[in-house]
Design a protein. Sequence first.
Length: 117
Amino acid sequence: MRVRLLDLAHARSGDKGDTANVGVIALKPEWYPLLARELTVERVAMHFRGVITGGVQRYELPNLKALNFLLHGALDGGGTLSLKTDAQGKVFSTAMLRMVLDVPDAEATSLGLPAAP
């Protein structure tokens, strides 16, 4: 089953210099293990390919049912140097939530995941 990340989590993003910070928080605690499995450094780097010039770091916050990603080289120098429209990285959370996950049907059904339209 194809599932939109938007239907499983909410996200917030911001900046620290040239690095965008994106936090992804499961909407239901039982969905966190799926997010932790599917939102790998490699998957997030591929999702933002062409947008970021550096690497991706991931931090797990299981007590919050959240993941935090640092996207290095995302802001073209950062807020005071960048000519990008979003020099503070506020839209990276929305961009992250546009990801679509492929989840085995049985798992999706047992977790009560909403199918992507």
